[in-house]
Design a protein around this ligand. Structure first.
Ligand code: OSB
Ligand code: MG
Length: 376
């Protein structure tokens, strides 16, 4: 596969409802989509960064610059036989995992199309359907929270995650556990607490939570290990894990007992596969995290979630929970069992709705390997 051209574009999508986390409220999504062209075929990837540097250090605009000035020049005109050859080519760029992942994942899509297999199969996925949960933003009213949990359970979702922050944590959890004694329930703090909150965090042990996600600093392992030693509830790391080395450190230090893998955060499918494999061999259950993706990022998440280490329901849910209209066809739907059927057609397995993508595009730049070669 010669990398003939790479297009980067920004689209804007509005979430149906604002999504509040401990680091802020998200509604307007400025999403970068990447198209990689080779031999007349197109692979798609999505930059999962949000607009501000509040989840991780990347933003929509930093990703644009890093793609344009550094990542695209490292790849244009290169010949690769497999998408696994992309990470070494991008190794000179430190960090910026979400920008890198968009391009690498697009090349995975291309490779799967070329080999005429579903992306899931190319990655080594074995599951025909994946287990789905939902992530529910911070709600100012407990009544509204209970209603939305009822709605998601009725739709079939297998587990409920709620976002928490200091001052809005114990009461919603206590209420939900009382109202729904048997559901799979967990919380995500997005780094809102510190080690001085140990006594407070230990109260979560009363609610039979599956896990507490990223309670402490976004770049920490040591303090999480100290906290995990004092908590019965398993800690799940999200923000802290950017690669396999981080995973090995976290497992060796016992900073967590569960891992959430986000394709963007770890730099793409190749690194995600390595983390999944390591966790599977070390008895660490993993699940697929979400970044409020459009259909393209969602399709990549679905393919990754078919790997055998993904034994817990992920934050991968139906298009209709997020958008009035997605940018892929068919839209992602969830069965009554709370699963998503992995697509069986080659590549991503969903059609990108180019007409809709074009109409949502705010800016676009195309880079071609050789200006004298015509590229569609
Ligand atoms: O921490 O998992 C997170 C969304 C944006 C940023 C961080 C997170 C999230 C979610 C949403 O929890 C998951 C989803 O895509 O539904
Ligand atoms: Mg999280």
């Amino acid at each position: 596969m010669r990398i003939d051209a790479i297009s980067v574009r920004e689209i804007r999508l509005r979430l149906k409802t604002p999504f509040e986390t401990s680091f802020g409220i998200l509604q307007k999504r400025r999403i970068l989509l990447v198209e990689v062209k080779s031999d007349g075929a197109t692979g798609w990837g999505e930059v999962t960064a949000v607009e501000g540097p509040f989840y991780n250090s990347e933003t929509t605009d930093t990703a644009w610059i890093i793609l344009r000035d550094f990542i695209v020049p490292l790849l244009l005109g290169k010949d690769v036989t497999s998408a696994t050859q992309v990470p070494p080519l991008l190794a000179p760029v430190r960090g910026h995992e979400m920008a890198k992942a968009a391009v690498e994942n697009a090349i995975w899509d291309l490779e799967a199309q070329q080999k005429e297999v579903p992306l899931a199969a190319l990655l080594g996925g074995q599951m025909e359907e994946i287990a789905c949960g939902v992530s529910i933003g911070i709600n100012s009213s407990i009544d509204a929270l209970v209603r939305s949990v009822e709605k998601e359970l009725a739709a079939g979702y297998q587990r409920i995650k709620i976002k928490i922050k200091p001052g809005n944590d114990q009461e919603p959890v206590r209420t939900l556990r009382h109202r729904f004694p048997d559901i799979k329930l967990m919380v995500d703090a997005n780094s809102a607490y510190s080690l001085s909150d140990i006594a407070h965090l230990r109260k979560f042990d009363d609610y039979d939570l599956m896990m507490i996600e990223q309670p402490l600093a976004w770049d920490d392992f040591y303090q999480h290990a100290q906290l995990q030693a004092k908590l019965q509830t398993p800690i799940c790391l999200d923000e802290s894990i950017h690669n396999l080395d981080h995973t090995e450190a976290a497992v060796a230090m016992q900073s967590c007992r569960v891992l959430n893998i986000k394709l963007g955060r770890v730099g793409g499918h190749t690194e995600a596969q390595k983390i999944e494999n390591f966790c599977r061999r070390h008895g660490i259950p993993v699940w697929c995290g979400g970044m409020l993706e459009s259909g393209i990022g969602r399709a990549h998440n679905i393919a990754m979630s078919t790997l055998p280490g993904f034994v817990l329901p992920g934050d991968v849910s139906a298009s209709q929970r997020y958008w009035d209209e997605d940018i892929i066809e068919p839209e992602v739907e969830v069965t009554k069992r709370g699963t998503i059927q992995a697509p069986i057609s080659p590549g991503l397995g969903y059609q990108v709705t180019r007409r809709r993508v074009d109409s949502l595009t705010e800016r676009q730049e195309t880079f071609t390997a050789n200006p004298t070669v015509a590229v569609m």
